[in-house]
Design a protein around this ligand. Sequence first.
Ligand SMILES: NC(=O)c1ccc[n+]([C@@H]2O[C@H](COP(=O)([O-])OP(=O)(O)OC[C@H]3O[C@@H](n4cnc5c(N)ncnc54)[C@H](O)[C@@H]3O)[C@@H](O)[C@H]2O)c1
Length: 253
Amino acid sequence: MKRLAGKVSVITGSGLGMGKAMALLFAEEGSAVVVADINQQAVEQVVSEITAKGQRAIGVVANVAIQEDIDKMISAAIKEFGSLDVLVNNAGIIDDFKTVGELEDELWDRIIAVNLAGPFKASRAAIRIMEKQKSGGVIVNNASVGGLFGARGGAAYVTSKHGLIGLTRNIAATYGLYGNIRANVIAPGGVETSIQNTIKAPSELGMKALNDTGFAPLGKPEQLAYVALFLASDESSFINGEVITADGGWTAR
Ligand SMILES: NC(=O)c1ccc[n+]([C@@H]2O[C@H](COP(=O)([O-])OP(=O)(O)OC[C@H]3O[C@@H](n4cnc5c(N)ncnc54)[C@H](O)[C@@H]3O)[C@@H](O)[C@H]2O)c1
């Protein structure tokens, strides 16, 4: 039996990186997948890779910072596949490790809009559907070890990811404990994806703080996709409100 047989999953930021690996793995494991991303070309590529194998996926070009796009992406799951069982809030952006004194409002606002307000709005839209479903639903958030410690990103990134962990725990403590919607969050360490290419002018102080955290092993997107698969599947049915760190041991010392 496939691990997500008959499920319908929406995965944000699934055009590239960890989100793409999750989309491919979830489809392989029997889920219909809504591939949602701002990058249209990447969306089309992932959908064609999945459908070429006879598995189910549709693409939605969606920016998680825009409410209408979130509505479009969530309603696509219902329209196309008839339910919404799993939401993965994976889309996220980084902030050049800018410290508070160096951080302009524009960057702060953008990071919070994508990394924190986006998952809140997508979770709200999903929960309003999932709470009416007998089978409930599952939310998996992709935070970061930057959601647990201070020097694994800039001030905006670290704040957004700490917030995402708080959001996860609130959903778990309400809809999970008193309902049928579980929420858990992954805290990846360094993972080999294209996000590194978006570092433009890193802060000297931010990088010094990061480098002082010592050697960080680099994981592969597929290794994180397996964590998301476990949290999305019924195998984790008694896990609710938990942070799963997957960093190869970076934060173990
Ligand atoms: N790579 C790492 O080292 C690392 C470590 C810890 C946590 N993370 C987190 O993992 C998640 C995925 O990161 P990744 O490394 O796979 O990045 P990536 O840049 O390879 O992929 C991110 C995808 O999200 C999309 N995206 C960006 N902004 C979006 C928006 N507003 N709406 C919809 N889609 C959007 C991009 O187009 C891209 O396809 C992020 O939340 C990131 O913060 C990454």
